[in-house]
Design a protein around this ligand. Structure first.
Ligand SMILES: Nc1nc2c(c(=O)[nH]1)N(C=O)[C@@H](CNc1ccc(C(=O)N[C@@H](CCC(=O)O)C(=O)O)cc1)CN2
Ligand SMILES: Nc1ncnc2c1ncn2[C@@H]1O[C@H](COP(=O)(O)OP(=O)(O)OP(=O)(O)O)[C@@H](O)[C@H]1O
Length: 224
């Protein structure tokens, strides 16, 4: 039997691993999305109120340490995601400008961030999620975003995440222009012990749930 050159056999071995990861991801997504969709309206309302309190507390702490947030992006909740609807109003009361992700019209897999106010004209994207109508005057550069509230399907204690599968937030988080503090926002039931991770998956320094704030920020180096 002739053996393959090492480089090729490694490559083949690598490729064989991807379908397994994809399958594990699909099952995990299906399972967790089903669980969060099954949460009652009352549970969702209480969870949203608790998570909101934690997030506002984080914003207070950032302001106290001289890193006040004035521009942040959220998501328009769907599919049983932790509800953000009351959060918009609370942020507007604090003079924080809110933005929403919009599927890029001609760069597949990428997001744009558009200003969202109470009277912003909205329409549903191809996934059925409401987004602000495309209007360049409402566009924000990724470098101007101070906090990126990140939706997710599953997360682990180290801040790893997997999303709905489009790679949209992975690409956003990998953008070297992005300066924003990335904060995951999810139900406690979305936490898992281990995730089928891919090399492009991005970690979140902070994850807020209704009961906890997971903080994996690297400590600032202090002058000795
Ligand atoms: N609220 C919210 N908005 C968001 C996201 C999110 O996770 N949550 N996204 C985060 O990335 C982006 C949208 N990403 C999405 C990716 C896949 C599917 C989805 O439902 N896929 C179908 C199958 C594919 C299809 O219909 O073409 C499915 O899973 O059933 C939805 C949104 C931008 N906006
Ligand atoms: N930084 C990147 N550059 C190019 N392609 C990427 C990048 N990140 C992810 N992708 C591609 O996006 C696809 C979907 O990735 P994945 O299944 O990890 O999405 P996800 O994390 O669940 O979705 P999302 O980030 O939208 O919530 C993959 O096929 C991957 O190749």
């Amino acid at each position: 039997m002739t053996s393959l050159p090492t480089a090729i056999s490694h490559h083949a071995q690598h490729q064989d691993l991807w379908p397994e990861r994809d399958e594990a991801c699909l099952q995990l997504r299906r399972n967790i999305r089903k669980q969060r969709r099954a949460l009652s309206h009352e549970f969702q309302q209480q969870a949203a109120a608790q998570a909101q309190q934690r997030l506002l507390q984080l914003l207070d702490e950032l302001a106290l340490s001289g890193r006040a947030v004035s521009t942040m992006s959220l998501y328009f909740s769907c599919d049983g995601e932790l509800d953000t609807s009351a959060l918009f109003t609370a942020l507007w009361q604090r003079q924080i400008q809110t933005y929403l992700p919009v599927l890029h019209p001609f760069s597949p897999g990428n997001l744009l961030f558009l200003r969202y106010q109470a009277d912003t004209p909205m329409f549903r994207n191809r996934f059925g999620i409401p987004e602000p109508r495309l209007d360049v005057r409402q566009l924000l550069l990724p470098s101007q975003l101070e906090l990126l509230l990140t939706p997710l399907v599953a997360f682990d204690s180290k801040g790893n995440r997997i999303g709905m599968g489009g790679g949209y937030y992975d690409r956003t988080l990998a953008n070297p222009q992005l300066q924003a503090l990335a904060v995951g926002y999810a139900h406690d039931c979305q936490q898992v012990a281990t995730l089928p991770l891919a090399p492009w998956d991005q970690q979140l320094p902070i994850i807020v749930t209704p009961t906890r704030l997971l903080d994996n920020r690297t400590p600032l180096l202090v002058d000795c």
